[in-house]
Design a protein around this ligand. Structure first.
Ligand SMILES: [Ca+2]
Ligand SMILES: [Ca+2]
Ligand SMILES: [Ca+2]
Length: 194
């Protein structure tokens, strides 16, 4: 399926060690702390206390103000996106986290995308493989394994879409980009509307 995101925000993630991941975003550096594991049931599109030990930073995603929350544990990398809009968007919103495979060329075959449509917080497989520019499919459709889940919902009281993702650091799946100790990773965040 080909989809064109309305916006992407470039963020560079430098991995110092698994226990001390740092993020460079628009010239500023953010640390990705080692935190408590998040139960899969908490990947529900509700930004609860499971994110209290994450690092959060504000950013812009196109016309929307947003926040990115980041943390990891020994096995999983966690990302939450809060995209602020006072109105639910007609046609829905899809949140996504793009992960470059380390060659510095974004949106090419071999890159990763975590993506789900906001759907009342229903948890879905989120582990996609890039086949080409904005042409991506679930790993499981290419013989790979699903190693990421995500959920999103619109929270009217908060005035925001909330997307939560968890993803294996090193799944061993040939369809995944491994997040290695002391490696480097480019991540971009974004959304697309239906
Ligand atoms: Ca949650
Ligand atoms: Ca690439
Ligand atoms: Ca996978």
């Amino acid at each position: 399926m080909k989809r064109t995101p309305a916006f992407r925000q470039a963020v560079i993630v430098g991995l110092c060690t698994v226990a001390a991941i740092s993020v460079l975003s628009v010239g500023a550096e953010f640390s990705v702390p080692y935190g408590d594991p998040i139960d899969l049931d908490r990947i529900d599109g509700v930004l609860g206390p499971e994110w209290d030990d994450a690092n959060a930073h504000p950013c812009r995603m196109g016309k929307y103000g947003a926040e990115v929350h980041l943390k990891h544990d020994e096995r999983l990398f966690y990302v939450a996106l809060v995209i602020r809009t006072s109105n639910e968007i007609r046609g829905g919103l899809e949140g996504w986290v793009f992960i470059d495979d380390g060659d510095g060329r974004d949106y090419e075959r071999g890159d990763d995308l975590l993506s789900v449509v906001a759907n009342d917080g229903r948890r879905e497989k989120a582990d996609h493989y890039f086949k080409g520019t904005f042409d991506f499919v679930l790993d499981t459709r290419l013989g790979g394994t699903n190693d990421a889940y995500g959920a999103g919902r619109y929270d009217a009281a908060l005035g925001a879409y909330v997307f939560e993702f968890c993803r294996e650091l090193r799944s061993g799946d040939s369809k995944d980009v491994a997040i290695e100790d002391e490696g480097a990773l480019d991540i971009e965040y974004g959304w697309s509307s239906g």
